[in-house]
Design a protein around this ligand. Structure first.
Ligand code: ZN
Length: 94
């Protein structure tokens, strides 16, 4: 079963504005990175939000049976905009 595309699923997601790495406040218009996971029932969920200087661009650890991805987005008015996928642990053909 193909899962929904993370970029489409996460556009417009409301999020906090504090970087999980350095606790810096993120401003509207800043580039952010996020670690997102997909469990069967939840859809894509943003687990961690990072500023541009802290976020990983690749997935470096496994999560128990979750589909994971690293996203990049513009933080705008406490929402994610223009989400793109930097890395994903399970590439699924469309
Ligand atoms: Zn940071």
């Amino acid at each position: 079963m193909a899962k929904p595309d993370p970029a489409a699923g996460l556009n417009g997601t409301r999020t906090g504005n504090i970087c999980s790495g350095c606790n810096k406040g993120i401003q509207s218009g800043d580039l952010v990175r996020g670690y997102v996971t997909h469990y069967d029932r939840d859809g894509w969920v943003l687990r961690r939000l990072y500023c541009d200087s802290c976020g990983d661009t690749t997935i470096d650890r496994g999560t128990e049976d979750a589909d994971e991805a690293i996203i990049e987005a513009v933080f705008w008015n406490h929402r994610l905009a223009g989400v793109t996928i930097l890395d994903r642990n399970r590439e699924e053909s469309v």
